[in-house]
Design a protein around this ligand. Structure first.
Ligand SMILES: NC(=O)C1=CN([C@@H]2O[C@H](COP(=O)(O)OP(=O)(O)OC[C@H]3O[C@@H](n4cnc5c(N)ncnc54)[C@H](O)[C@@H]3O)[C@@H](O)[C@H]2O)C=CC1
Ligand SMILES: O=C(O)C1=N[C@H](C(=O)O)C[C@H](O)C1
Length: 269
């Protein structure tokens, strides 16, 4: 019998790390070969099943990426921008597909992924759910159909522990709207209004970030004109939509040529 691909989950104790581990353990298409946490984390050295509050899984959490990546066919990584950049080189060395869900990247981080993807298979997306990726396509279509009489605003809401804004998803939606309009988001992005901002500039794409409680992730794309408004909305109520998407990406990436892919490639959208 052929063995299923072995997966390492980085950031194992995190909100997404734990959801990913459950999703892999429940799956019959992949198996968990490693759970990684940052050095000094109190889960390092503990059994992952017990640390998650369940029964023994027979796998100890490690802080040594080299050792676990060597056993893996894929690394699923929802951590921090600097950690994901470090893992890109190590996953490439291990010839493991690197699925990156982390958000909050700056241009210098993205340049590292671009370079790594010359030799490695990377699947990266600010949102791994089917619903959001479909929403990006709808956003692009609606933006292409409407002119600048319609002001575009992306409004997102997340839990109070989220550290980056606008969310990775909001930026994906903003990029899709800009693409539909045939402009570069860098030229029209308007984030973080505060104080006497002046009237809204025609053609800008605005971003608003709400943070509170345990909101999993909600995104609206608003097209507002004189006399009418269109709102396209996605609401995630369960992190499984992200972990299932990430696992799908890890499996899809097996045997793919080196390159930087996204969830539109994985989902065929
Ligand atoms: N693309 C998507 O579909 C989604 C992306 N995210 C993104 O995933 C990231 C993580 O989100 P959460 O799980 O909510 O955060 P979290 O803070 O609960 O978890 C992050 C984990 O990464 C660990 N970590 C940090 N540096 C590390 C290192 N060098 N080595 C190993 N582990 C390390 C932390 O100790 C922590 O346990 C964020 O950037 C978030 O925006 C979250 C949900 C869905
Ligand atoms: O941090 C989160 O929680 C989420 N992050 C992603 C983002 O930045 O868009 C995806 C999802 O909305 C949850």
């Amino acid at each position: 019998m052929t063995e299923t691909p072995g997966i390492v989950v980085t950031g194992a104790s995190g909100r997404m790390g734990q959801m990913l581990i459950k999703t892999i353990q429940e799956s019959d298409t992949a198996h968990l070969v490693g759970a990684l946490e940052r050095p000094g984390h109190d889960w390092v050295g503990r059994d992952i099943g017990v640390a998650m509050g369940g029964s023994e899984a027979g796998l100890l959490v490690t802080d040594d990426p080299l050792e676990v990546f060597a056993k893996a066919q894929a690394v699923i990584d929802f951590t921090s921008p600097d950690a994901s950049v470090a893992f890109a080189g190590l996953a490439a060395q291990a010839r493991a597909v690197h699925v990156i869900g982390t958000t909050g990247f700056e241009d210098h981080h993205l340049a590292v992924f671009k370079a790594a993807a010359r030799h490695a298979t990377i699947v990266r997306a600010g949102n791994m759910s089917l619903g959001v990726n479909l929403l990006t396509q709808l956003t692009k279509k609606v933006a292409a159909a409407l002119d600048e009489d319609f002001d575009i605003e992306v409004i997102e809401a997340h839990h109070n522990m989220k550290v980056d804004a606008p969310s990775g998803t909001a930026l994906m939606l903003g990029e899709a709207a800009a693409e539909g309009r045939g402009v570069d988001l860098k030229d029209v992005r308007d984030s973080g209004r505060d104080g006497i901002t002046g009237a809204r500039k025609r053609g800008d794409i605005g971003f608003t970030a709400i943070r509170g409680g345990d909101i999993v992730g909600e995104h609206d794309v608003l097209f507002a004109a004189a006399g009418e408004r269109i709102v396209i909305r996605h609401m995630a109520t369960d992190r499984r939509v992200f972990s299932r998407g990430a696992l799908k990406a890890a499996l899809w990436g097996q045997g793919k040529a080196p390159g930087e892919y996204d969830m539109l490639d994985v989902l065929g959208l």
